[in-house]
Design a protein around this ligand. Structure first.
Ligand SMILES: *Cc1c(COP(=O)(O)O)cnc(C)c1O
Length: 523
């Protein structure tokens, strides 16, 4: 490990600080400047040489386009350079440590990529006859069996395409179950610390959302929750481990109370990576929980690819799950249960969430990850993720306030606040300082229950050397913020772009466009 700078950053230590002479091109050595595509493209340029399109009769009537809409044209080499240059200004898990809390930016094993690219998986089409895609259906089924086993639940809906989509699936199951028993209810209770998708999902499904307060420990206030339960409460949505990085120890008691009051328990399982192999949500009385395959089981996400959010369901909710799903027959052959074939075996389904069976590329990657780790390896994933987060928490709690450090060990993420920074310095300054140090910042200002929150999730795939260097960098930046080092207020100094005026950017966005045959206009 080289050059951990524990002593504090000084501008002259940088290699391209403000005092460096400007270059003719605007480039900084091999870090190439790149203009907007609208500034470099021209209407007449094209990267392809196609024959003039034959005249066709307009079928769109008034909607037919009569003028050029002014899209910029580039030649092929210009196009390749434009996007490659932009990609070099981007940050990725394959470039460095990515401690974005709640997002689980773990390494994506290359074995998964290899498997996902096998022609039998990569080239199948969802409308192919099922006899020709038996292997793909077997993968979906095998993954479903693993998810049911790992969670101790009764069934699983594989089709939701992300965590938030899974939330909607689970809440629609709850709604269908309540309607089926002739007991429509109007309220979903959500803790204050919840991810924004939870209240958004409940509201989208037509429920009123009410907050449950947190205790000083950072966990759900059980007494307040019990006091609010009643015949109008459809259910609760609780994240476990929660977004303060803590395990909800009262989960079993919460579930029992909600069930006794006739409601259902939705668990936001985005943080399942902290407990996989150690805790089965089914044992905690959960009725529905989404699993972010792209977090817990390492399938690429963010700029790297789509997500997948299967929802495991209790026995009570399974009859209401969506179509289609795969079914394995005694002779080992697979079919799809769809509207036409659901018949009497699945008459209560709330319907269909997606056109087809789900995110095949994510299924193959997640199953490859699960099978290459095995049951014991998955348990170690959770243990190492928790160990790494506690290492970060305890290594930095002397320079950054850790509001729940007294609540016991954290789970897979360490939470800090901006308490103790010099007057006028904030979490944003620390995040920008980390960019200069070459790190994607941690999650900032979430969860909302902590002032100036900084949520660091190291994941299990980082080495101790990587964690030590990050701890050194964050310590250095935090010390500068505590000491009131004003150079931090204008960080980043070394990034392709300096600090943005975020208020200005939100209130007066600059939109650049080109009217046909005119120069670039900007406002
Ligand atoms: C990531 C996350 C979600 C949403 O998942 P998406 O796949 O991004 O839709 C919901 N809740 C929590 C706690 C999360 O971390």
């Amino acid at each position: 490990m080289s050059s951990i700078n524990q002593s504090g950053w000084k501008p002259e230590m940088g290699n391209a600080g403000d005092t460096a002479p400007a270059t003719y091109t605007g480039n900084k050595a091999l870090m190439l400047e790149e203009a907007l595509i609208f500034e470099i493209g021209t209407a007449g340029t094209t990267g392809v040489d196609l024959a003039e399109a034959p005249k066709v009769t307009a079928r769109l009537g008034n909607l037919e386009r009569h003028r050029d809409i002014g899209l910029p044209g580039l030649s092929e080499p210009e196009t390749v350079r434009h996007y490659t240059r932009l990609s070099r200004q981007n940050y990725a898990i394959d470039l460095g440590f990515f401690p974005l809390g709640s997002c689980t930016m773990k390494h994506n094993p290359r074995l998964n990529e290899r498997v996902a690219r096998m022609a039998g998986f990569a080239d199948v089409h969802p409308l192919q006859p099922v006899e020709t895609v038996q292997g793909a259906l077997a993968v979906i089924n095998e993954l479903a069996v693993w998810l049911i086993q790992l969670t101790g639940m009764h069934g699983v809906a594989m089709t939701p395409k992300a965590g938030a989509h899974g939330e909607l699936c689970g809440i629609l199951c709850i709604k269908a179950a309540l309607e089926a028993r002739g007991d429509p209810r109007s309220v979903i209770l959500v803790p204050e610390s919840a991810h924004g998708t939870n209240p958004a999902t409940a509201a989208f499904a037509g429920f009123l959302v009410e907050n449950i307060p947190a205790t000083a420990e950072g966990r759900v206030d059980l007494a307040a929750l019990k006091a609010r339960l009643g015949p109008d409460v459809a259910g609760v949505m609780i994240t476990n481990p929660n977004t303060c990085g803590l395990f909800e120890r009262d989960m079993r008691e919460i579930s029992d109370a909600v069930h006794a009051a006739g409601g259902y328990v939705y668990c936001d399982g985005a943080n399942f990576n902290a407990i996989v192999g150690r805790v089965r949500p089914g044992d905690l009385g959960i009725d529905a929980m989404h699993i972010n395959l792209h977090k817990t089981f390492s399938t690429p996400h963010g700029g790297g690819g789509p997500g997948s959010g299967p929802v495991v369901l209790s026995q009570a909710l399974s009859p209401y799950g969506p179509l289609p799903f795969t079914e394995r027959h005694a002779d080992g052959h697979y079919t799809l249960v769809e509207e036409e074939t659901a018949g009497e075996r699945h008459p209560h389904s709330f319907g269909r969430m997606t056109a087809f069976h789900g995110q095949m590329g994510m299924f193959t990657r997640a199953l490859a990850y699960i099978m290459s780790h095995g049951a014991d390896g998955l348990r170690q994933v959770a243990e190492d993720a928790v160990l790494n987060a506690n290492y970060i928490l305890r290594s930095l709690e002397d320079v950054l306030e850790a509001p729940f450090a007294h609540s016991g060990p954290c789970m897979h993420e360490a939470l800090f606040s901006d308490n103790g920074l010099a007057e006028g310095f904030s979490t944003l300054d620390i995040a920008k300082g980390l960019i200069d140090e070459g790190y994607h910042p941690m999650t900032v200002y979430f969860p909302l229950v902590v002032h100036g929150a900084m949520l660091v999730e190291p994941t299990e795939t980082e080495s101790k050397a990587t964690l030590d260097q990050f701890i050194g960098a964050l310590r250095s930046v935090a010390e500068r913020a505590r000491a009131g080092d004003t150079s931090l207020k204008s960080a980043p100094h070394h990034a392709p772009r300096r600090r943005l005026d975020e208020t200005q950017a939100a209130r007066k966005p600059v939109l650049v466009w080109r009217e046909p045959d005119q120069a670039v206009a900007a406002e």
